[in-house]
Write a new protein. Sequence first.
Length: 242
Amino acid sequence: MGRVESTPPPAAVEVPLPWGPVIRGVRWGAASDTILLLHEPGADLDAWDALPARLAHTLGIAAVAADLPGHGLSDDPWEMEQIGALVQVLVEELANVPDRATAGRTAIGRRFVISAGAIASAVHASVGRLALAGTVALSPAANPPSPIAMGEGGRGVRVNVPKLFFAGSLADIDLEIARRLASDSTGWSAVTAVPVSERGTRLLATPWRARIEEEIVAFLRDCQKRRPGVRPGPRITPRPAG
């Protein structure tokens, strides 16, 4: 797994889910503000490569990447019907990290989520209940979770949370889905099209990785500085290399 120079050594984290499996992941840094990275089904946290370490080092906040149930080092099984509850537990539990500025006491600050595929759709559908300060979605899935999977009140994004979407313009209808989710949301949102057929975390394995990471860093930095009612600054749009 990649590391960025001067970033504190990563620490292992575990979260037991109420229905049995133990979720395992890695945390970089320690601060009250936290970025949670959740891969899509079929991948694992290594798909993020050096991005979590870079975010922790560049933005001065905690970055936590976790394996979904049944993926990587986390316990089986993977149950799609638990996706709504899973997202809520992970956001609530993994955002509680020791803050060096408060002598190791747990301090809950702003929460950000970077997610992909069906997980990105689940985060988007429940963003209001999760009290997030910003979200980044890589190729959100065509079929968002059902109301049963999300739980009561999980549908409908009607809160002013900045949202950044990425989608491959050559990946079937991924770009159309991202644009629809952005237009259906209240608050500020932006969609970046990448000229590839890859999806989800696989976007970070394309030649556009550096540009995507650059835009994520810029977006999250703007969210950190954001005042109520003020949208993040201009986004950086990837352009073809010369």
